[in-house]
Design a protein around this ligand. Structure first.
Ligand code: ZN
Length: 273
């Protein structure tokens, strides 16, 4: 069994502020240690369930958060910025199951710890009219390759979000949001214990969880923070302006949809704020 783990930071137990997960910030060292602790728990659970190959995609910020020596030696580490497909780079049909660790809920979620969708300049994303965040966008990429997402750990709002999207998925809520930056969190050791057990349980029955299917043609709708951002991305061939701050793009191939979403974000990110 080959397992792909995509890990973020905002959903890790003990993290409730950007100071703990943005490189260069005061408590970043603490945040990256908490992050690798939960990733290792996931790897341990996967090994117990019989995983042979485990790839960990460090999917947060600069994507060089996980300290190689601290990562479980049985996993391969995919690290570094400028990953063409970002949080799902290297994911393909050679994997049997996907695991999300440290995930957060979509932009605008109330009481979603550090909720956002990729960056603060993206205020809303829809696929075929349905509002989505990172858990769903990435689950659809796995589904495109016929691979199920079997496990997600993150704050309670992220677990609720993915359950509506992936029936049967195993989740672990590491903390509960009492505000966007206010968390009632499990102790890191307790979160790791639950993740270890949850990943094992999810992978033992990965064949029972269906890969996410998407109806074609696939429509991507993106709302941006500033009008200038929509001005800039509306000239990308195939992108259609649908409002002062919103654009749309259609394609039959989800890899093109995901790639265009990233392109829109990257181009819009160049606008002066
Ligand atoms: Zn992140």
């Amino acid at each position: 069994m080959n397992v792909y783990i995509s890990c973020d930071a905002e959903g890790v137990a003990g993290i409730s502020d950007w100071e703990q997960c943005v490189p260069g910030q005061k408590d970043y060292k603490l945040g990256r240690e908490l992050m690798v602790g939960e990733v290792n728990a996931g790897i341990e659970g996967a090994l117990v369930a019989g995983a042979k190959k485990i790839v960990v995609n460090d999917s947060h910020a600069t994507m060089i958060n996980l300290i190689p020596e601290e990562l479980h030696p049985r996993a391969l580490l995919l690290q570094g910025s400028e990953k063409p497909m970002s949080m799902v780079t290297g994911l393909d049909n050679s994997f049997d199951a996907v695991v999300f660790i440290g995930y957060h809920s979509m932009a605008g979620t109330s009481a979603g710890i550090l909720s956002h969708t990729y960056t603060s300049i993206i205020t809303e994303v829809r696929i075929n009219g349905r509002q989505v965040g990172e858990p769903e966008l990435n689950a659809m990429m796995a589904g495109w390759y016929g691979v199920p997402v079997v496990f997600l750990s993150g704050d309670e709002s992220a677990t609720k979000e993915i359950k509506k999207f992936v029936p049967g998925i195993v989740t672990v809520a590491t903390k509960k949001g009492l505000g966007r930056k206010v968390a009632l969190s499990l102790h890191p050791e307790e979160a790791r214990r639950l993740i270890r057990r949850g990943v094992e349980r999810a992978l033992r029955r990965y064949k029972e969880i269906k890969p996410v299917r998407i109806k074609k043609p696939i429509k991507l709708s993106v709302e941006l923070w500033m009008v200038e951002m929509a001005d800039m991305v509306a000239v990308i061939p195939g992108v259609v302006r649908t409002g002062s701050r919103s654009v749309e793009y259609k394609h039959n191939d989800y890899t093109a949809i995901y790639g265009m979403f990233l392109t829109i974000m990257r181009v819009a990110g160049q606008v002066k704020r």
